[in-house]
Design a protein around this ligand. Structure first.
Ligand SMILES: Nc1ncnc2c1ncn2[C@@H]1O[C@H](COP(=O)(O)OP(=O)(O)OP(=O)(O)O)[C@@H](O)[C@H]1O
Length: 270
């Protein structure tokens, strides 16, 4: 078993800190005496697509939780979109979260509601309570919802009950919700874990397509994946965690058969 730690430092873009959307410095997260992350340093630049891989319990979900402020570091510092989540007021944290899109294996759609409301849920963080209530009575921004649904490839039947759609269509509604949210950073926790390979490929292609903005800029993606091949096909960089430590951090071009085979055997530095 190899004891090396393979880390290629992030490529310099000459933009300094301004280009970094997520930074972890010396981060430790402990749940009681269980160490979920231990001494993690990681910087993700604007527009990067970073895949988190590693065995079950390695700390991938915990790292994503740090990104949206649902997990607080026990030690070290986390900065997201220029904000330190644990240091800001609840209002500022809400504003920060409105700039971050979350994708999960569970879609968190409200089944009995018409599709339009589930798509518009992407705006709740930006709208505030009154506007959200108004939209529940009479949906706002129908054109944007329609455009988002067309972009994810389902018909514009906005009034259809969401739970009448197929599983694949519901997945697309969840992605349309992400699109109308228009986040700067997307954190996706095993978004394709329960899908067959063909659908997983489809959803990853769709998700990555949504990261491209009409302006030519790209939203940033950090995604945990169990399938190493999917990570290599769709991301720019692979970060492998094991027992709460980063054991591999390389651009996908540097991933060869040997790296791929080693990932699940690597152990952290001691
Ligand atoms: N709320 C919690 N309370 C106690 N322990 C936790 C909690 N959340 C995570 N852990 C522990 O922290 C470690 C890292 O868990 P985490 O869910 O981040 O790993 P993961 O890499 O996402 O795993 P998986 O691939 O199975 O989802 C595990 O040992 C887990 O049992």
């Amino acid at each position: 078993m190899s004891r090396e730690r393979v880390v290629t430092p992030p490529r310099e873009t000459g933009r300094g800190d301004a280009g970094i959307v997520l930074r972890l410095q010396g981060v430790r997260v402990a749940y009681g005496n269980r160490m979920a992350l231990d001494g993690v340093d990681l910087s993700v630049r604007r527009g990067e697509r970073v895949a988190l891989v590693g065995p079950s319990g390695a700390g991938k979900s915990t790292l994503l939780g740090l990104g949206n402020g649902t997990v607080v570091p026990t030690r070290g510092r986390v900065d997201v979109l220029g904000v330190e989540p644990r240091a800001v007021s609840p209002g500022a944290l809400r504003k920060l979260r409105a700039r971050i899109g979350s994708v999960h294996q569970q879609l968190h759609l409200v089944g009995p509601l018409p599709v339009v409301h589930n798509v518009n849920a992407g705006r709740l963080g930006a709208w505030g309570r009154l506007r959200a209530l108004r939209s529940l009575l009479r949906p706002l921004q129908l054109d944007e919802a329609r455009t988002a649904l067309e972009r994810v490839g389902i018909g514009p039947d906005l009034q259809m009950r969401t739970d009448r759609l197929s599983g694949g269509e519901q997945q697309r509604v969840a992605l349309a919700r992400l699109l109308v949210q228009d986040p700067e950073l997307v954190l996706a926790d095993e978004p394709v874990a329960s899908l067959d390979p063909a659908r997983a490929e489809d959803v990853m292609r769709l998700l990555c397509g949504l990261l491209e903005q009409p302006t030519g800029h790209r939203r940033t993606l950090v995604v945990s994946l169990h399938d190493f091949d999917l990570a290599v096909r769709h991301c720019d960089r692979v970060v492998a965690l094991r027992q709460g430590r980063v054991v591999l951090d390389v651009p996908v071009e540097e991933v060869d058969e040997a790296t791929r085979a080693r990932v699940y055997d690597l152990v952290p530095d001691t």
